[in-house]
Design a protein around this ligand. Sequence first.
Ligand SMILES: Nc1ncnc2c1ncn2[C@@H]1O[C@H](COP(=O)(O)OP(=O)(O)O)[C@@H](O)[C@H]1O
Ligand SMILES: [Mg+2]
Length: 208
Amino acid sequence: MAGLFITFEGGEGSGKSTQIAALKARLQAAKRSVTQTREPGGTALGEAIRELLQHDDAGQGMSAEAELLLFAASRAQHVRELIEPALATDQIVICDRFLDSTTVYQGVARAIDPHSVATINEFAVGPMLPNLTLLIDLPPEIGLARAHKRSGGQLDRMEQESIKFFHAVRQGYLSLAAAHPERFHVLDGNQSIQSLEEQIWAIVAPHL
Ligand SMILES: Nc1ncnc2c1ncn2[C@@H]1O[C@H](COP(=O)(O)OP(=O)(O)O)[C@@H](O)[C@H]1O
Ligand SMILES: [Mg+2]
């Protein structure tokens, strides 16, 4: 056995949390130890940064550059404190968003110079890249409608962005997946929870 690092990516409401819970249950049924985590967050420092990024009044009006660096700070701590040690003990690490979210949200949708974003991402993670990245692709209108229904209309700072922003996110993800076919799998998010779960299991199982 060896560790396996799986990340989930996709827009708001695409079904990441739902599928992570399903995959975790299947892995545990297969007697594998699973560490489930998320970004921003995953450590005490990361969760404090998450609050700044999503809900704290101090985060209102933050610059795109400050936002990029806060995500990177959360990720740098996450890799060293939680992800690396878990993989070293043969855990399967499932992470809700990782560096690809930064490439797409900050590098594409916020239009920060992609070379700077890539450099900062590399500095934050070192050699720690996912073995598998599952991208759940969905038109943003559908995802946002789901997310609004889930939260009863309460939106975090990122969810308050325009529909144009989320279209840029979607296209950014699809281009990134096409550029890294060795680790990305693109899944159609507009299908039943059950059939998505089966597809994801068919992708993950051969890696166990
Ligand atoms: N395949 C699906 N079809 C319809 N609704 C879904 C599907 N997957 C998830 N949902 C619902 O959509 C909402 C958002 O799903 P969630 O897993 O929280 O998305 P994310 O974590 O990507 O934001 C939840 O209420 C969830 O029950
Ligand atoms: Mg979620």
